[in-house]
Each structure stands twice: as structure tokens, then as C-alpha cells.
Design a binder for this molecule. Structure first.
Ligand code: PMP
Ligand code: GLU
Length: 397
């Protein structure tokens, strides 16, 4: 069988692979601590689960409109108005099978062969591959430690060519946890306008912010940004619904229509039961979300305190999402037994094999000096895992 060159050039998701590997080892009875998790460790709130059961009992188990049921799109419109000061009509909304599918739809809708999309480093693993699947070209922009790895207009200018079609913005950011300020976003929106660029704004972690940070949607900052942004969001993180597969996107009517047309041939509608439950997630009480945020914040602080006390590592201080990036490069060149460590993949592999602790190698995000640790796991496991990492580091010679 001869395969597609494009498909063979796509790297499988490293985040999902490592998380699955850790779960597999755990199922075999090994006492694994997994910092891989890109998902809340809480169950979906009961009121949402109950609405799903009700939907099934009421026979809401059929195909729906491709772009989503009207009630859900209305709830999404209300959410954008209340949380982001954005006015959309329901015809400007599409509901998809995860924010991941929204992103895939968006790239397929806007890219022609060879079009470039600026991707700031570090980036979430799936952006480059999704751009390539849509025949686009990811163009990486190096950010920098001094700016907490947030990109600036100066950096964007360096990457600009006559093929640049769009830029990706992900705030709060996976993997760094940094949050862009209003002024930073205004500058990026101006730059996009001057160069006629589309902004793909991935806001999936918007609810998970700490230290008084406030999430602002770039689409709300100018008329150009409103008309030329595709805002991506979902309930995976904010309502602990990763397995339900629910995401949504908003943009101008024309782009949403194209995304809907693409989706109508790919997956049709998002699972109908998930959609009915998601209406409750958006319109119902948010006390479980508040509890989850408080718990993540507690773990975040614990993690920062402990990590900053470990010799020869440094971190990017996260103010959003649930990850910490840890710079381990001072240990590069050292050996564990006879194996030399010079990159994040080798570091993560040896750590897992010898200390039963799973982390995501920074190379997956384009930053090979780092590993990513998720704090969507219990404090007890964080403590156990960090002790193991500290011991591992002390054994490197
Ligand atoms: N964007 C970012 C930055 C993510 O970390 C994730 C991972 N969940 C997604 C999008 C996709 O989320 P989902 O498909 O579960 O909605
Ligand atoms: N987004 C999460 C992560 O970065 C979940 C895994 C994935 O979808 O890639 O770990």
C-alpha cells in the first residue's frame, strides 16, 4: 500500500501519546506519577451529567444541524457577550467535536497551498500539524525568556512575508501559562490589521487564570479584529468535559459557513447528547468551576514553591492554564548510569523508565530545554512526583 506523503509527515500528538502511555503503565499496577495530563482530574459536574441522561431519555439521540443545536448556539452567544464583550449572531457560531476540530476546520477554511501561518514558539503541539494538514506552512517565531515567551510585534515583523495569511494567538498559553495583557493584544491586533492577517485566537484556557489576571479576547479590541478573528473555545477545560468532545468557534458569517460546510462532510454534528449537556454547562451554576480554579491555584503555588527550591532548574511562572514549564538544560551533558542526556525527549524517557514519572518533553512545543508538568493532578501526586524528579536530578553525573 502506498501512503499519502502528507499523512506520513504528520507527527502523532506527543501529549496524547505520553498521557496514554502513563495510563497504560498505571493499569499494569506500576505506581506512575503522570505530569502529562492535559485535562482536569475532576469529573464533569453532576448537573451537566444529569442533563445528558435526560437528553438520552428524551430521545435527543439523533443527528442535529451540523453547526449545532440552536439552544447551544444561543448559550454560546450569551457567553461571548457576558464574558468577552463580543456580540455574535448564532449564524456566526459553529459547535465542533472539540476545540481541536474547530482549529482544523478553521485552517481548512482559510488556507491555500503554501499560505503561511505565524506560530509563536512555544506552541501547542497540534498547531503545526493541523496547518500542514490544510496545506499551509507553519512559520515559527522565537519569543524569548526575557518576555516570558510571549511574542511581540517586533518578532512578528521578522516572520512576515507576502505569503503570511494568519497568526496564532493562545492566551492563556499552553504550555507556558502566560497571559497576554490588553496592551499587548492591542498591538498584535494593530499589526494584524496593517498586514491584513487573520487571527486564530485559541481561548480554551480563558477560565483558568490566577494572580488577578484577566482574560481578554483579542476579537473585542477593534472592528478589524472582530471581523478577522476566528475565536476558538470549548468546555474541555472549563467544565472538565475533555471526553465529551465539545468545542466551539466564532467568526464572521462567511468563515463559519465554510467551516460548517467542511464539517458537514467530516463528522457532521458534535454528539447530540454532549450538545444538550453543554447548554447546562454554559447556562447552569458555576460553583464547581470556581472550586476547580481554587484547587488548581493551590497546586500551582505549591508547584512553583517546590520547583524554585530545586537546584539548577528554573521555571516560567504560569498565570493561567494548568502547566509549568521547567528549564532543565543545566543538566544537559550529564549522564544517568551510562546514558547521556542532551535533550528533553531523552530526559523524559529516562525519567519515566527509572523513576516512574511521566512528563512532556519541551520539544513537543518547540522548546527543547524544557519539560512540561501539568498540575491537573492531586497535591499528593505532585509532591511524590517532584520528589522523584529532584532525586533523579541529584543522581545525574
Ligand atoms: N487548544 C489548546 C491550547 C489545548 O491545550 C487543547 C487541548 N485540550 C485544545 C486546544 C483542544 O481541546 P479540545 O479538543 O479537547 O477541546
Ligand atoms: N491539550 C492537552 C495537552 O496539551 C490535551 C492533549 C491534547 O489534546 O493534545 O496536554
Amino acid at each position: 500500500m502506498e501512503f499519502s506523503k502528507k499523512a506520513m509527515e504528520i507527527a502523532p500528538s506527543i501529549t496524547l501519546n505520553i498521557t496514554a502511555k502513563a495510563k497504560e503503565l498505571k493499569a499494569k499496577g506500576i505506581d506512575i506519577v503522570s505530569f502529562g495530563a492535559g485535562e482536569p482530574d475532576f469529573n464533569t459536574p453532576k448537573n451537566i451529567i444529569n442533563k445528558a441522561i435526560l437528553a438520552m431519555e428524551e430521545g435527543k439521540t439523533k443527528y442535529t444541524a451540523t453547526s449545532g443545536i440552536q439552544e447551544l448556539k444561543e448559550a454560546i452567544v450569551k457567553k461571548f457577550k457576558t464574558d468577552n464583550d463580543l456580540e455574535y449572531k448564532t449564524s456566526q457560531i459553529i459547535v465542533s467535536t472539540g476545540a481541536k476540530q474547530c482549529l482544523a476546520n478553521a485552517f481548512l477554511a482559510i488556507l491555500n497551498k503554501g499560505d503561511e501561518v505565524i506560530v509563536p514558539v512555544p506552541y501547542w503541539v497540534s498547531y503545526p500539524e493541523l496547518i500542514k494538514l490544510a496545506d499551509g506552512v507553519p512559520v515559527y517565531v522565537n519569543t524569548g525568556k526575557e518576555n516570558d515567551y510571549k511574542f511581540t510585534v517586533e518578532k512578528l515583523k521578522e516572520a512576515l512575508t507576502d505569503k503570511t495569511k494568519g497568526i496564532i494567538l493562545n492566551s492563556p498559553n499552553n504550555p507556558t501559562g502566560t497571559v497576554y495583557s490588553k496592551n499587548e493584544l492591542i498591538e498584535i491586533a494593530k499589526f494584524a490589521e496593517e498586514n491584513n492577517l487573520i487571527i486564530i485566537s485559541d481561548e480554551i484556557y480563558e477560565k483558568l487564570v490566577y494572580e488577578g489576571e484577566k482574560h481578554i479576547s483579542i476579537a473585542s479590541l477593534s472592528n478589524y479584529a472582530y471581523m478577522n478573528s476566528i475565536v476558538i473555545n470549548g468546555l474541555s477545560k472549563s467544565s472538565a468535559m475533555t471526553g465529551w468532545r465539545i468545542g466551539y468557534a466564532a467568526g464572521c458569517e462567511e468563515v463559519i459557513k465554510l467551516m460548517t460546510s467542511i464539517q458537514s462532510h467530516m463528522t457532521s454534528n458534535t454528539n447530540s447528547i454532549t450538545q444538550y449537556a453543554s447548554v447546562e454547562a454554559l447556562n447552569g451554576p458555576k460553583d464547581e468551576l470556581d472550586k476547580m480554579i481554587k484547587e488548581f491555584d493551590k497546586r500551582r503555588k505549591y508547584m512553583i514553591d517546590k520547583l524554585t527550591s530545586i537546584k539548577d532548574i528554573s521555571i516560567i511562572r504560569p498565570k493561567g492554564a494548568f502547566y509549568v514549564m521547567v528549564d532543565i538544560s543545566k543538566y544537559y551533558g550529564k549522564k544517568f548510569n551510562d546514558e547521556e542526556i542532551n535533550d528533553s525527549l531523552t530526559f523524559s524517557k529516562i525519567l519515566l523508565e527509572n523513576k516512574d514519572t511521566a512528563v512532556i518533553p519541551g520539544i513537543g512545543f518547540g522548546l527543547d530545554q524544557y519539560i512540561r508538568l501539568s498540575y491537573a493532578i492531586s497535591i499528593e501526586n505532585i509532591e511524590k512526583g517532584l520528589n522523584r524528579i529532584e532525586k533523579f536530578l541529584s543522581e545525574l553525573k
